[in-house]
Write a protein that binds this ligand. Structure first.
Ligand SMILES: [Zn+2]
Length: 84
């Protein structure tokens, strides 16, 4: 009786461990890639054509659209039609 119980317990532990390992593996991979893709999101500066990260770029709303710039100089140089 005891031997059977131990073997069953061992089997359960093995299943639990493999299940946990599979869970943590599938959990870690997509979240990590999603994080990197978010951090690596690039936008093009319309003035000089440089690609800048959204997080570090300078933003300006022009005609209801967000325009991203690499520097304050580009931001100042960008003069859309109609702006005084
Ligand atoms: Zn620029």
């Amino acid at each position: 009786m005891i031997v059977v119980a131990i073997s069953v317990l061992r089997r359960l532990i093995k299943i639990a461990l493999s299940f946990w390992a599979g869970l943590s593996e599938t959990k870690a991979r997509p979240s990590a890639s999603a994080q990197t893709s978010q951090h690596m999101a690039l936008v093009q500066d319309p003035v000089c054509g440089t690609y800048v990260a959204v997080e570090t770029s300078l933003k300006r709303i022009v005609a209801g659209k967000v325009v991203y710039f690499c520097s304050n100089e580009c931001r100042e140089r960008f003069a859309p039609q109609g702006a005084s």
